[in-house]
Design a protein around this ligand. Sequence first.
Ligand code: CA
Ligand code: CA
Ligand code: CA
Length: 232
Amino acid sequence: MKKSAVWKILPAGLLAIAAQPSLAVTYGGVEFPQGAISFADVAVSYDPAFGGGNVPTAPYQGTGNALGIPDYTGANGCASVASCTFLSLGAGGRVVLRFTDNVLTGSDTSAFDLWIFEIGPDVEDTTVDVSADGMTWFSVGSVTGATRGIDLDAFGYGTSSAFSYVRLTDVLGEGATAGETVGADIDAVGAISTRPSAGAVPEPASWAMMIGGFAAMGGALRRKRAMAAAFA
Ligand SMILES: [Ca+2]
Ligand SMILES: [Ca+2]
Ligand SMILES: [Ca+2]
């Protein structure tokens, strides 16, 4: 490679690395280091009658309202799914959400790894299970009272764990058992401890390889120049 070509590529690569913005965003006082990708992307299933209790009315059955970043505005009365920002589970109801551009992990610390954005001052008891494949489920406790966070490490997981699915089940008989918004009301589900899914964006390892590649190119250039000088 000609010397000029190396110097055209090298600064561009370094600039791209330097320009990587800080991804972290904070919602409701909770920081999500990986930003908006941290949140559940797809609803796999929703069964408000799962536990045999009352189900919410239609405007509160929009599964899309539990996806993406939290967007609850404080408005509780919804005329339609489209104008609503949260999903009511139903008394004993259940929803399965999936992360597609990220995976949920532990943190290797006792810090919270998963956060359930349930609206209202009091969290309605909701059990939480996680899964890598959507078939085999592992209980990671529940959110209850004022607690909205889950520490996966307390259940034996860590940074090398990777879960794509979260299942929320309203605890039947706890909280109000009837009404339009019966069951836990979910605005969003976010993975505090997360990493992009493979192939979604360049991973740190790719950047390291790229930097390594530039370094090797620079080394080759220096050797070539040294040889040229020796034979001059
Ligand atoms: Ca996501
Ligand atoms: Ca943790
Ligand atoms: Ca929402």
